[in-house]
Every structure is written in structure tokens, then in C-alpha cells.
Design a binder for this molecule. Structure first.
Ligand SMILES: Cc1cc2nc3c(=O)[nH]c(=O)nc-3n(C[C@H](O)[C@H](O)[C@H](O)COP(=O)(O)O)c2cc1C
Length: 264
């Protein structure tokens, strides 16, 4: 092969690489919006799923509009934030947990000894959703998140309007191993949360995800969940994140306030 032919070969190869990389990057850029839209739709769908409002025929946007009422809660005060305080970052239309947690103004660092969910930072304000049926608040949906083995797991827990009984539990974003930690998506496991009690009569967090299985005869069975087999690290992560978010550093003050107001 002559020197000139080698140069040509390299030039053609580089040209092909260039064309391909331009094609791939333009596809990635042009699909980004669509991916974001799909992610948002999936999040809304998950809210309806945990709220018990989803079936495959559901018009997600319509049902969300009609049956879900979002609020922003100041976690430390346990108070609902008035709409006048909404701005481009803090609002119910595009509340972005990751963005708000990392914001110097709206997020905060969690002291290491309090960070049982392993999330380092959290929003000072969280979005919560009321499920409205026949004009009444039937359930409340609370976003939760925390560290698994390979990922931060983002999900929702729905409580009955007694503010204690679980109505639904689901993650919408995680990177745990399919078949192991990924079993957090197992519908049977998710259903096992329904009916469990997260608080005792004194308002203390009592829900527990066990390493192992629940003894149905135990007096604690009403607030215990089976662990995922072969995935005790993810299981421990779920246990901790739920306990963190329902506790004093999470929705505790808000739920206590609702109880005081006789809404639980
Ligand atoms: C490739 C690979 C992926 C794993 N993924 C997970 C996972 O997603 N969640 C988890 O808890 N453990 C995962 N493990 C297993 C943990 O290392 C550990 O063995 C397991 O959590 C112990 O659970 P067990 O006590 O129920 O057996 C994975 C292990 C390997 C080798």
C-alpha cells in the first residue's frame, strides 16, 4: 500500500467518525427535550399510581389536573408556603428536587450524624400532593429519596387521610440492579406496603423494612415490611430513607401540624 493510500484511508476513517459523531450528538440534543417530557410524564404517572388513580387507559394530564392538588411545604416550620412566595425555582409546576436540594438558597447541607438517608443535601421546601376525590382529601403523597447501593432512589409514599396508613409506595427513578435491589419495582412488594402503619399513636415513626420476612403473628407486623432477598443493602437504604423523610427532619413537623389541626 502506498503512503498516499494510507493517508486517504485515515482521512476517510476520520471523516466517517466525524459524520457519525455529529449525527449522534445532534440526535442526543434533539431528543433531550422529548426525554425530559417523558421523564416528567413518568413522574406524574407514578404520582397517580401511588395515589391509586392510574390504569393503562388513564389520561395522565387530565386525571392529575382534576384529582391532584400540589402544595409546597416549608419542612422545618411544617407550614404550607403561600403561592405569593413562589418563583422560577420554587413552584408546583416544575418542582425539581435535585435542583432545589443543590440550591444555596432553597437547599441545605444535612449534618453527617443526621443524614441517615445518605443524601448529603436536601430541599428546605418539598412538594406534597393531596389526592382529592369527591371534593375531599383522601390521601397525601410525599416524595422521598435516599441512597441505595448504586444510586439515589427517588419515589413517593402515599398515606391515607388518617396520616398513618400507607396507601401506596413506589420509586420512579433508581439505578439498583435488576433482580436484586431493582426488586423495589416488584408490584407484589410494593403492594405489601399498603395498609401498613408508619406512626404509632404518639406520632413516632415505627415503619420498618426488615432484613428478612415479617412474622405475621408479631404485634409489630402492622408496621413491618419484608426485605428484598439478596438485596439487604438496598433494603436498608429503603428503610432509612422512609424513616428519614417521615421523621423530624423530613415531613414530621408538617404532619404533626396537620394532626394538631385535626386533619389526621
Ligand atoms: C453485580 C452485583 C450487583 C449487586 N446489586 C445489588 C443491589 O442492587 N442491591 C443490593 O442490596 N445488593 C446488591 N448486590 C449484593 C450485595 O453486594 C450484597 O451481597 C447483598 O446486598 C447482600 O444481601 P443479602 O444479605 O440479602 O444476601 C449486588 C452484588 C453484585 C455482585
Amino acid at each position: 500500500m502506498s503512503k498516499e493510500t494510507k493517508t486517504k484511508t485515515v482521512a476517510v476513517a476520520l471523516g466517517v467518525c466525524l459524520v457519525c459523531s455529529v449525527l449522534v450528538s445532534s440526535a442526543a440534543v434533539s431528543l433531550k427535550d422529548k426525554q425530559e417530557q417523558n421523564k416528567q410524564l413518568d413522574r406524574l404517572k407514578n404520582i397517580l399510581v401511588v395515589g391509586g388513580l392510574y390504569s393503562p387507559k388513564t389520561d395522565i394530564g387530565k386525571v392529575f389536573q382534576e384529582n391532584i392538588r400540589p402544595f409546597i411545604v416549608d419542612l422545618e416550620k411544617g407550614a404550607v408556603l403561600p403561592r405569593e412566595r413562589f418563583d422560577a425555582v420554587l413552584n408546583t409546576d416544575d418542582f425539581d428536587i435535585k435542583k432545589i436540594a443543590s440550591s444555596p438558597r432553597y437547599g441545605m447541607k444535612i449534618p453527617a450524624d443526621e443524614d441517615i438517608a445518605g443524601i448529603k443535601r436536601r430541599p428546605r421546601y418539598m412538594i406534597v400532593y393531596q389526592v382529592i376525590q369527591n371534593g375531599a382529601v383522601e390521601k397525601i403523597i410525599l416524595p422521598v429519596y435516599g441512597k441505595g447501593v448504586w444510586s439515589t432512589m427517588y419515589g413517593f409514599i402515599a398515606l391515607n387521610n388518617d396520616l398513618t396508613t400507607v396507601e401506596g409506595f413506589s420509586f420512579y427513578d433508581h439505578g439498583e440492579t435488576p433482580g436484586l435491589g431493582g426488586e423495589v419495582d416488584n408490584p407484589r412488594w410494593k403492594r405489601s406496603w399498603v395498609g401498613k402503619k408508619v406512626f404509632d399513636k404518639g406520632g413516632n415513626v415505627v415503619i420498618e423494612v426488615l432484613k428478612g420476612t415479617v412474622d405475621p403473628g408479631s404485634p409489630k407486623a402492622a408496621h413491618q415490611i419484608d426485605g428484598l432477598s439478596g438485596a439487604s443493602l438496598t433494603t436498608r437504604g429503603v428503610d432509612k430513607l422512609v424513616r428519614y423523610w417521615l421523621g423530624d427532619d423530613g415531613y414530621g413537623p408538617y404532619l404533626a401540624k396537620l394532626r394538631q389541626e385535626g386533619k389526621g
